[in-house]
Each structure stands twice: as C-alpha cells, then as structure tokens.
Design a protein around this ligand. Sequence first.
Ligand code: HGY
Ligand code: MN
Ligand code: MN
Length: 399
Amino acid sequence: MGVNQLMNEIAGVGRDSRRGGYSRHVYDYADFEMRDWFIDQALHSGLDVNTDRNGNIWAWWGSPGADAVVTGSHLDSVPGGGAYDGPLGVASGLAALEILRDKGFTPAKPLALLVFAEEEGGRFGVPCLGSRLLTGAIDPDRARALRDAEGITLAEAAVKAGHDPKRFGADPESLAQIGCFVELHVEQGRGLIDLDSPIATGSSIIAHGRYRFSFSGQGNHAGATRLTDRHDPMLPAATVVAAARRAAAAMTDARATVGRLVPTPGGTNVIASTVDLWLDARVAGDGRTAALVEDITAAAHEAAAAEGCTLTVTEESYSDDVVFDETLRKRMDDVLGGVPALPTGAGHDAGILAGHVPSGMLYVRNPTGISHAPEEFAEPADVESGAQSLARVLAELSG
Ligand code: HGY
Ligand code: MN
Ligand code: MN
C-alpha cells in the first residue's frame, strides 16, 4: 500500500473535536488503535513484529540481528497536533519496504521499522520517552512514577496496556542491533518552502529543555479580597509568559514558550491557590539554554516574592545540541542526488539515538510551515517522493 493510502487509513484515528487536529497519547485509546494499525500493516507485509520492554515496536525484514538498518518515528501526537508529525515517518517506512520488495530487492543486512513510545511527552511530560528508556537516558524509577494530568502513573498506564513496567529501562541488547537509524519526518518549519525543495536531510537539532514552574499563593474570593490582601500566583505566572519572550528575543535564535499553564482550582471567581506552568526553552550552544532559563527564572522569583508567593522550578527534561552523523548524511545525500541539509529546532527520537548509533533524518516539505497544530500538511506528491527517497536510502544502507 502506498504511503498516501497508509496515511489515509489513520486519518480518522484520535481526532480531537475540541482542539482540532489529533490527540493520540501513549497508552490511550487512540494510541492502541495506532499501534494495532501499525502491527497489522507490518504483519501483512510479512515483517516479524515484537514490542520491546519499553513499549517501542520493532518490525523486522529478515531476522533481528546486529548492524541492522533501522528507520522509524512515532505515532503519538501533541494535544491537538497535526496528522503528519510522527505517523508520516512510520507510514513512509512501511511504504519504503514495500517499494523495495516490489523491486525484488534483498537486503544484505537486517532491516527494521521502529515505532517509539511517547515521543511528544504529551501525556507524561518527558519527550522521547521510549528512546530515552531504550538508551538509558532516563531513570526507569523516575519514568514509572511520571504522572499524567489525571494523576495516573506511567507504570499504571503501562499495566493497563498489558506491558510490565518493571521491565522498563536501558535495553543494550536491542540498541546493539541498530547499525544506523534514519527517521523520516514532516518538516516543522519553513525551510523547504524557502529552499523550494521537497526533501532535505537533517544536519542538527538545537538543545532544548522543559521546566516546570510551580507557584503557590493563597486561594481566595475574587470579589471579597482586596488587592492589598492578595497572594495571587497568577501574577508571577504571567511574568514568566512575558519573560520567556523577552529573554529569548535578547539572545540569537533562541526560543522560549509557555504553552501550558494550569491554575488550581481554576474557578472564574476564585483567586488561584497554585499555578503550574511549563517552559519549553531551546537555543543552540553550550550552556545557552541554561542561561536563557536562568534569566526567566530570576524574573519569576522576583515576581513571586513581590506577590508574596513561593516558586519551585524543576527541570523535567533536557537534550543537548545534536549534530547528525556526517558520513551517514553524505551517503544519504549522494543517493538523493544532492538535497538541502536542514538544522531544526524540533526534537526527535533520532536525536536521542544520535548519541549511540549513526543517525540521520530525512525531511518532507510542509507547505504551511506549521506543526504541532491542525494546519500541519504535506502534499501527496511530496509525501510520495519522501517514501521513494527513504526506499533509496534504505537500499543504499542495507544493500
Ligand atoms: O517538541 C519537539 O520538538 C518534538 O516535537 N517532540
Ligand atoms: Mn512533534
Ligand atoms: Mn515528531
């Protein structure tokens, strides 16, 4: 089945009628549907499928073995996300193997598709959770205890999904099977529009971290409480939203965002007792993300003190700058006949694997330049050329 057909098959899974777009989060119903879809497709294609101890799904062409050429991405989304971020890489992998099989290609090395769990961190807050667990980049006890917005732990959700959370943790045997990893992904910016090219390879990913700011004040009555008697945590929280933009604008090519802010109890006529918000901070260069976050945190502490509130800041995840393997990128570029090489501000599982195995990325043009929103898009012709390009790259790497 061609890649556009495969994408059409999942177009209805996990639609979010309230936010628009898709909400598919690890071990929720939509995720089960997406996993079942992938496993059906892989089995239908004659691949051997297994799910590893961390909930990542592997589909093998040929028996599992060392020095495998692996491609894949993720099936989960951000809340209200687009249709392509993640699934395009998985569908393109399925289509690429079919293209190779239809050409009578026989890989000289094992070839595998790999679907990572919870790449977005949309439910449990830590991005690239499946690849971090696989590579030992997150402590399994911490992972098991991560809670979603309803207070359900990852361990509880995993048990309900039929997985054994006691098995979570670094999986060197599985990791050792990977000779190289290539992730195809919809581009999440305007790079390929401006370069007028349907395809690019990935050159690098800028460092990025996620930080939880927890403000606490005094819940009270919105009408009966005079301003002088208030300790309203919403005030310092508002400072962080503005300070994020100010601090990032003061640096070169930095990005800082507050997209999630949760007041408790959240009543219209109630002064909040606590406010939690999450800062997403990204900038290339050693120590620059820390400097960016420090600037914002200083403003937050000052604003909290001025309002008689307290503040705790917790780093929830951090990934350093990634530079993809240049030898691999060059091989991909040669096979593709010379395409642009794009840096990105978006994190990927390929970025986590890059610290362990030669990793690379292929991007497919997104004419809207918008991602993590329903407007995310890729033209069917570009989608097809992405799958064809991936097939050529996989043949080159496993031939
Ligand atoms: O947030 C990111 O950059 C990625 O989409 N997880
Ligand atoms: Mn994403
Ligand atoms: Mn993604």
